[in-house]
Design a protein around this ligand. Structure first.
Ligand SMILES: *Cc1c(COP(=O)(O)O)cnc(C)c1O
Length: 466
């Protein structure tokens, strides 16, 4: 065994051979050397474990193809593009919303050039970064004032810190949600210094439950959108307008964490979520929602409400620590401008386009994807269509199924579906799909037409390697 180590080529010889490949020669030498060292370390481990016994397997020209693959894959950026074929539109693990072309262009402009980020072009004096989106948000939502912070979690924290620090906030027991990533309403409340006052029961909360809890230390009444679950059966929830009226009667502000917060009216049916406009019209004092959920913009926490309260929130020193950067601002303004015409928004904002895609459209697109894969994959796989459902995701529209047509891919080698799914995570770009009834499936809802070719190439990479 000791002998085998001596058959390993030198790192320098391996490096020299790799550098003959012009693509690899472009890599920083230090990185290349580290990657080669890692591969050699793995080879020594194989020798130690006895899984390599023949010295012929350690010749440089035998090792070279494997080395090239290892170096190429090790040199890829860690954060990279993937193909989302899961059918989950707002997939938090896959980056939530993708931006409209108009928003991408605005981001690219904002980061490549100087801008009037905090400069008033009219007066030549210092301006406010929020001036770029506040009037737009007011026009779109009907609110008097608006503010944007890093994300909706930050928005909720900032709102509570400003409006209810050291005072009680009355919330229904049915709305004490955890949305994942350790964001739980009771914990956020505690961290912000507000005191949670739970009322009602898990399934039913009445207006008098809120009213009975009001005392001299009450700071606010709050509603939270039940993002990722649904209470069905014998239930009762107090509406935004009832709660707003109660707040007015007792001179208490009423807050709502809308979660996803849509500016687009999906027109009921399966997608019967209240819009931000409706929440504002109901008379709530302050409403917050995410920029990258149903809105389809960049990560952001948008706060709209009465001038009186928004002014107070703007002055909170915590606001400075949660402020958004210029790229977010550029993407958000461009996205919001699309909403000035709802039809344009539906056509151009990818998240809206994917959510509103009809079953018929998806059937046509699924057929197109199936034909392409059938042609490209030849006899390496069987490609078929089955009816299925997609989900909006991102904690919006829980338990609401969106009808779709899935494209199934079954390798002729009888490779198991979960094996195929795992191997597709290592293709360029990775193809992320899902398994239904033991078959690997692609949902065209979240794949763009121009990605069909990449999805096919990813499948070929795996199936042809077999
Ligand atoms: C998603 C969500 C949040 C957090 O929003 P982020 O923008 O992810 O920080 C807060 N509250 C509710 C109800 C949510 O659904």
């Amino acid at each position: 065994m000791a002998n085998l180590y001596r058959h390993l080529p030198s790192v320098d010889a391996a490096l020299a051979a790799l550098l003959e490949d012009p693509e690899l020669a472009l890599l920083p030498r230090l990185l290349l050397k580290d990657l080669v060292n890692d591969t050699f370390e793995a080879l020594r481990e194989d020798i130690r474990e006895g899984s390599i016994e023949d010295p012929a397997g350690l010749k440089l020209d035998v090792l070279l193809p494997g080395l090239r693959v290892a170096v190429r894959s090790g040199a890829r950026p860690h954060f990279r593009r993937v193909l989302n074929a899961t059918g989950v539109v707002i997939h938090t693990n896959l980056g939530r919303s993708i931006l409209a072309p108009q928003a991408m262009e605005a981001v690219s402009d904002a980061c490549a050039h100087y801008s009037n980020l905090e400069f008033a072009l009219e007066t030549g004096e210092r301006g406010s970064r929020y001036s770029h989106v506040e009037p737009l948000l007011c026009r779109l939502t009907g609110a008097e004032a608006a503010l944007v912070v890093n994300n909706n979690a930050a928005a909720v924290m900032l709102i509570l810190d400003t409006m209810a620090k050291g005072r009680e906030v009355v919330v229904s027991r049915g709305q004490l949600v955890e949305i994942g990533g350790s964001f739980r309403i009771p914990d956020v409340m505690e961290k912000s210094g507000a005191i949670l006052r739970e009322v009602g029961a898990t399934n039913r909360t009445h207006l008098h439950d809120y009213e009975d809890a009001i005392n001299e230390n009450t700071g606010a009444l709050m509603k939270v959108h039940c993002s990722n679950f649904r209470v069905i059966g014998f239930t009762k929830e107090v509406s935004a307008s009832e709660l707003a009226a109660l707040g007015q009667k007792h001179d208490l502000p009423v807050i709502e964490d809308l979660g996803s917060g849509s500016l687009f009216d999906f027109g009921g049916g399966a997608l019967d979520e209240p819009t931000v406009q409706q929440a504002v019209a109901a008379g709530l004092d302050v409403v917050s929602f995410s920029g990258d959920k149903v809105l389809g913009g960049p990560q952001a926490g948008i706060i709209v409400g009465t001038k009186r309260w928004i002014d107070k929130i703007k002055k909170n020193p915590m606001n400075r620590a949660l402020r958004i950067d210029k790229m977010t601002l550029a993407a958000l303004e461009a996205t919001l401008r699309l909403y000035l015409d709802p039809l344009t928004a539906r056509r151009s904002v990818p998240t809206l386009k994917m959510i509103t895609a009809t079953a018929d459209e998806l059937k046509v697109r699924a057929r197109r994807l199936k034909n392409r894969l059938g042609r490209d994959l030849g006899d390496t796989a069987t490609v078929d269509l089955v009816p299925g459902v997609s989900r909006v995701g991102g904690g919006s529209f829980p338990e609401r199924d969106l009808p779709t047509t899935l494209v199934t891919v079954e390798p002729s080698t009888k490779m198991a579906a979960d094996e195929l799914k795992a191997r597709l995570r290592d293709t360029t770009p990775p193809l992320i799909g899902r398994i239904e009834d033991d078959r690997f499936c692609l949902d065209p809802r979240t794949l763009e037409d121009k990605e069909f070719q990449l999805a096919s190439a990813a499948l070929q990479q795996v199936l042809n390697a077999e």
